[in-house]
Design a protein around this ligand. Structure first.
Ligand code: COA
Length: 164
């Protein structure tokens, strides 16, 4: 399906308890060390967390969890169901995160990613994220390094309203 047409069929809806089972199914098939169901229930109740489910028509195909750290919005989880990857959905969610940051007057987006996760790294780099650090052996289990990325929004006319 052409990506332009796809955008008409997708929407991001706040995560609520009834979506957690489906989200967790996607989580389990996407990560070596998946978040628990409890983790997602906790996100719904965390006042600093913004969690959204990505619907393609009436099907849940992905999700994004953002943490508002005040000066930065941290992408804590971004996942697309394996059957729906490489269709532009990850990019759609990253752009949504940029919009959320802008709405909140936040200029920085941050995230960490496994060194070997080239699909995700290509996505972030193509969206203007730059590598700002490495945490050696960050991931429990296999102790793979985490690469830290940051995106800085260009200054806007409303920059006085941005948090400083
Ligand atoms: C990372 C992830 C969210 C990307 O989602 P996606 O919907 O497949 O990504 P998109 O289709 O929007 O791709 C955007 C760009 O990312 C890059 N990209 C995505 N998948 C890629 C792959 N398999 N190989 C190389 N580049 C890739 C490309 O530059 C792509 O642009 P293009 O298709 O125009 O060339 C998805 O692969 C995923 O859920 N992975 C498992 C969970 C995960 O690792 N999340 C990130 C944790 S930090």
């Amino acid at each position: 399906m052409p990506r332009k047409n796809l955008e008409k069929l997708i929407r991001l809806i706040p995560l609520v308890d009834e979506y957690v089972d489906k989200v967790h199914e996607i989580e389990k098939i996407s990560y070596k060390a998946p978040w628990s169901k409890f983790g997602f229930y906790a996100e719904i109740r965390n006042p600093f967390s913004l969690s959204y489910v990505l619907f393609l028509e009436d099907k849940i195909v992905g999700y994004i969890v953002l943490w508002d750290y005040g000066k930065s919005l941290h992408v804590a989880n971004i996942t697309v169901h394996p059957d729906y990857r490489r269709m532009g959905l990850g990019r759609f969610m990253i752009r949504f995160a940029k919009e959320k940051a802008k709405e909140r007057g936040i200029r920085f987006l941050t995230l960490e990613v496994r060194r070997s996760n080239l699909p995700a790294r290509r996505l972030y780099e193509s969206e203007g994220f730059v590598e700002i650090g490495v945490i050696k052996g960050y991931y429990p289990g296999d102790f793979e390094d985490a690469i830290i990325y940051q995106y800085e929004a260009p200054c806007s006319k409303n920059s006085k309203e941005e948090r400083n």
